[in-house]
Design a protein around this ligand. Structure first.
Ligand SMILES: [Zn+2]
Length: 158
């Protein structure tokens, strides 16, 4: 049975020991081969803080732009059509960016919830463990790469 790369426990992280008792000490649900959720949690929490900070900035900038937009609409909209157009475009771009940040935040928070629930690191679609390398690259990944690709093909939210 070949279960992919990393099966023999890449010795990168030094300490921890990994087997048996996790850093939190609560084993509870008998899940074996659980990924290092302590590390994932720390990374997810850092990501959440960064996302919240960017969202905050986005909201402030967005408000600024819509205020300018409102002011221009009131005062002689004839002369400044081009300006107005580019500002509308800018605003749309910012809204798009903000939506992406919000979606990411939702994913990060969902991942933190899965850590609490003890289901973190397992793909809900196929039930298999998500490869550690994938979680390492993207701690908020909800699914294994295959199921994620299938989900995106269907056009659902990532
Ligand atoms: Zn899967």
């Amino acid at each position: 049975m070949a279960d992919g790369p990393g099966g023999s426990g890449r010795g990168e992280q030094g300490g921890g020991g990994g087997r048996g008792e996790g850093p939190g000490g609560r084993e509870g649900r008998g899940l074996e081969a659980r990924p290092d959720t302590g590390r994932a949690r720390a990374r997810l929490e850092a990501e959440r803080r960064a996302l919240l900070a960017s969202l905050d900035r986005q909201r402030q900038e967005g408000r600024l732009v819509s205020e300018q937009l409102g002011a221009q609409e009131l005062s002689g909209y004839d002369q400044h059509q081009a300006d107005l157009g580019s500002q509308v475009e800018l605003r749309a771009k910012e809204l798009g960016l903000r939506r992406r940040l919000e979606e990411e935040l939702v994913e990060v928070e969902a991942a933190l919830g899965r850590i609490d629930a003890g289901t973190y690191g397992f793909c809900p679609d196929c039930g298999r463990p998500i490869p550690p390398a994938r979680l390492e690259a993207m701690p908020r990944a909800a699914r294994c790469a295959e199921c994620q690709a299938r989900q995106e093909e269907r056009g659902g939210p990532s």
